[in-house]
Design a protein around this ligand. Sequence first.
Ligand code: NAP
Length: 244
Amino acid sequence: MTKNTLHGRVALVTGGSRGIGAAIARALAAAGAAVAINYRERVSDADGLVKAIVDAGGRAMAIPADVSDASAVAGMAAAVNAQLGPIDILINNAGVAITRGIDDLTEADFDQTIAVNLKSVFLCTQAVLPTMRAAKWGRIVNISSGAARGAGSIGPHYNASKAGIEGLTRGYAARLVKEGVTVNAVAPSLIETDMMHGQESLVSRIPLGRFGAADEVAGAVMLLIDNAYMTGQTVAMSGGMAFN
Ligand code: NAP
């Protein structure tokens, strides 16, 4: 995407303080969007990213909120609308990966995973839809995982949360297509971020012979934002491990 393609647009990236979310925030800012960087607790990471974007001539803000909490999400959307303008682009990226075997998986692990990974997508989507529908333009990209369809390495609770995201993606896409709002998903597998620390042995599963880079996921997200005709789809990226 060229430098000013998204000039005048406002984007919200959940879990944008590091990893894949931070790479997406940088790509959006490089394309000219004003970017709200949501985080849960790592304020210094989020502030550092905002400073880098502003120093490069862009517009950005950091916004703390637990995306599994409805009132926190409503407050986040209101703060972004007030400070940067109406939200046009939502990247539902925040997530947790609590690795568990099936005998160790607890109800608390299951509930937390579904709340942070899946319910958050519903809450954030509902919070931004009024401004997108009023503008008759919107882009929503949900970060799923190869675990939505494949075995994955985290556990069945994580598989379920990501499969649910792909259901939400298609459900919203079908209902919003006539209003100029596209809803798609990107399903990465094994991307080199904090989430993959300690999982280095998994690289042997990847035909390409290396983990993916967060910037490569951001590249797929930007393709979806640039495309008005593509909606309800999941773009898989896995170094040749799986094909949708
Ligand atoms: P990461 O490095 O662990 O970063 C997670 C991000 O989510 C952080 O910004 C974190 O904020 C935020 N976050 C976590 N819980 C939150 C909450 N309740 N409310 C708001 N923000 C919250 O993870 P990543 O690897 O970049 O993963 C990003 C997304 O890609 C996740 O949805 C993950 O499931 C998905 N994914 C990752 C991989 C992979 O191989 N890495 C593969 C497939 C899918 P703080 O910094 O404040 O903690």
